[in-house]
Design a binder for this molecule. Sequence first.
Ligand code: ADP
Length: 433
Amino acid sequence: MAKEKPLSVLFVASECFPLIKTGGLADVVGALPRALDAIGTNVTVFLPGFPDVLSGLTGTRTLAKIADLSGQPAKLIAGKTQTGLSVIALDAPHFFNIKGNPYLDASGQDRADNGQKFAAFSKIAADLAMGKIGRKTYDVLHAHDWQAGLCAAYLKAAGDTRVKTVITIHNLAFQGLFPKSLLGDLGLPADYFSNDGLEYWGKVSFLKAAIAFSDHITTVSPTYALEIQSDEGGMGFGGMLRAKAGTLSGILNGIDLDVWNPETDPEITHNFSAVNLAGKANNKQKLQKDLSLRPDKDALLFTVISRLTTQKGLDLLADMTDYIVSRGGQLAMLGSGDSAIEAAFLAAAKKHPTEISVTIGYNEPLAHRLQASADANFIPSRFEPCGLTQLCAMRYGTVPVVGRVGGLNDTVIDASPMAQSSGVATGVQFSPI
Ligand code: ADP
């Protein structure tokens, strides 16, 4: 019998670990294709050609040249990541030759050309999936978040019904909203700007376009799939998502168990495992020294590794730092975000220099070291589509202390008396405000 041809899937996303990462989206886009490949699905990841993406690929070749992408030439570059993922990057320097945060400028504002560049990116992705560019066609175009939100609209506008489309909502708070004046640049039929298309209160929403035109919608945990169908959690899209309930699934995220493995992690000084935690205690001792915290193996050491935003509930935690210290606890924090939250934690570290350490910024090796050293990881989110840091924490024997929302609800088993007596508890959940 002839062997069945594997399904070919084009992931379309703006981030992918280890090439470019600002959060959990990158982790999933880096890990899920490898898991799918292992069960016989061929995944290629289509990414913007940011400098770190182009320089991080090996064995590169030019797949196609595009004479005119919004008035400038561009290329498609195919290559592999160090982890063996097949990637195609849109090398369009006029859009993607940028340093720092891919979406925000130096003053923290949305980059002025986000709408044009991610529309062009989605259009090229649709052309690639249909085989209009390159020689290959794909069975499925799997778009991730608003940056890839227009792909299904472009496929529909081209009259394609062969390529099936999936949108994964990693965070409904990021809706890809732009002024109506962007419409002229999109090259989509005028009647797509409607209530059941990409129009959202007089603006254009790339995420709404994806919800309207994709064959299937997924989000990253079963609880979040329910929350986003409510008026409160739906952030304006609740009614539309309720109407789409038949094609909406909540599928829990996972982490890459090779990247996050305390037995082999090259970023940590003392490797350890669930059956031998000695290395973890040594890591804690070393971290306390390196961060100039009071050396005390019995001090309960909390960590936070996060975007510092109100979504993550870290303004609440900032109010608790005196209390944590008064009870003998310590805090090692890594993150960046809202300037008021950064300032509150920096002030707390100044007040308690031997008990609280705050590192503002993004630092992948330090994130691993913190997970490998801390006793507990705070994730007091107000809402959390899935959350990955609690999964990394549990992998490193660090107790997650989480708000009972979204994926945090689905992944952490609260240490209730019943769960403790059954020996199944994995963390602590509390009701968020
Ligand atoms: P998000 O909403 O930011 O995507 P997730 O919990 O889904 O939150 O994923 C966060 C990912 O980003 C995790 O892999 C975490 O370790 C990482 N991360 C967050 N902040 C930082 C930081 N400042 N430095 C390094 N890694 C970080």
